[in-house]
Design a binder for this molecule. Structure first.
Ligand SMILES: [Ca+2]
Ligand SMILES: [Ca+2]
Length: 347
């Protein structure tokens, strides 16, 4: 490391061939950051949310029912992740692995969501669990990957990461809760789970009214309610403002980009776990800009964005909102039954 004086608004680097350099703006009183003193995830109830500390003494505690935890490591080898050096936690091989941490600074009486990106080898269960001081536990899991992560607004784009989350309410007078990230036992040594980017958001507790699930896109944390980006990287929450008003109701609507024949957005079992061996009615209030129609879709055993058994198509008049109801049959284990949003074709 070397200090470079600024002369006439320029710095001169004496550089060796085939050598990488990074130039930081600063002054000669700027010292190197002491990482042992660094506060990872300042302001968050969870510390070291992005797994940057490289330390098991900082915030996360690892454990396993095996007699070792050596298979649970801070990893940045990027075999399946995006961005060199962006650390995640890797649980590799057959042994199970668990990360725990006590969240602090939560407010009693308030509702929160807790979520984490997971990347799993097929069939391996990764779960997130929160236990509040009143003894209540909420949990969610995934066991497969359901399509390449599509959001352009994330460093996880084009990876196999997906988000799993839970909602919890902190009891009055309490300020802590235990968060637990768990990888179940794996089938063989190539089996793995990666955890990355834990997020805690204060939310309004969901009110599904008399529905199995209801989403108005007014109150969200990471992602788009139950929908993950499919092939489209341009989906976003459209907000009513002085300049745009294409919100169907309330302040926000989910706006999706047209990819004919493929799902622009879809649920996963982790975001919307449909009841097994059942029929559910799916209704989406939607608006199309220039003709065309939209449809709901479902599939079983599907990973990807092209599955479609075509549960319904509906065409509203241009500029009108339309709210069709489709009947979705969930067969068998509902392993991968999902609701997809796609646009059919322009008129
Ligand atoms: Ca990270
Ligand atoms: Ca809305």
């Amino acid at each position: 490391m070397k200090l470079l004086p600024v002369e006439n608004g320029q710095v001169t680097i004496e550089a060796a061939a085939k050598t990488g350099y990074v130039v930081y703006k600063g002054s000669d009183t700027t010292g190197e950051t002491d990482l042992s003193e660094y506060e990872w995830s300042e302001g968050s109830p969870v510390k070291d949310t992005g797994f940057n500390s490289y330390s098991w003494d900082y915030a996360w505690t690892k454990s396993s029912t095996a007699d070792t935890t050596d298979h649970i490591t801070y990893s940045n080898d990027n075999a399946t992740t995006i961005g060199q050096g962006d650390t995640n936690i890797l649980v590799q091989g057959v042994n199970d692995g668990t990360l725990t941490q006590t969240m602090t600074g939560l407010e009693g009486g308030k509702a929160y969501s807790a979520s984490v990106f997971v990347d799993v080898s097929d069939g391996r269960r990764a779960s997130i669990e929160v236990t509040t001081p009143d003894g209540k536990t909420v949990s969610n899991y995934t066991e497969h990957y359901y399509g390449v992560y599509g959001s352009s607004h994330s460093d996880k784009k084009a990876s196999n990461y997906q988000r799993i989350k839970v909602q919890f309410t902190v009891p009055e007078g309490e300020s802590t809760a235990l968060i637990r990230l768990a990888a179940a036992a794996g089938a063989d040594e190539s089996s793995y789970v990666r955890f990355e980017d834990v997020r805690i958001y204060e939310i309004n507790a969901d009110d599904y009214q008399d529905h199995y699930y209801l989403e108005d896109f007014e109150d969200f944390d990471v992602g788009f309610g139950p929908f993950e980006n499919g092939v489209s990287g341009q989906n976003h929450m459209s907000e009513t403002s002085d300049f745009t008003n294409d919100t169907i109701s309330g302040r926000y609507s989910l706006k999706i980009q047209n990819y004919e024949g493929r799902n622009s957005a879809r649920t996963t079992p982790a975001t919307l776990r449909l009841p097994t061996n059942s029929e559910v009615t799916v209704s989406v209030k939607y608006l199309v800009s220039d003709g065309g129609s939209s449809s709901g879709s479902s599939d079983a055993g599907n990973t990807g964005n092209t599955g479609n058994t075509g549960i319904g198509t509906a065409t509203p008049a241009t500029g009108d909102t339309f709210s069709p109801a489709w009947l979705l049959a969930v067969m068998g284990s509902a392993l991968a039954a999902f609701v997809g949003l796609r646009r059919r074709q322009r008129r």
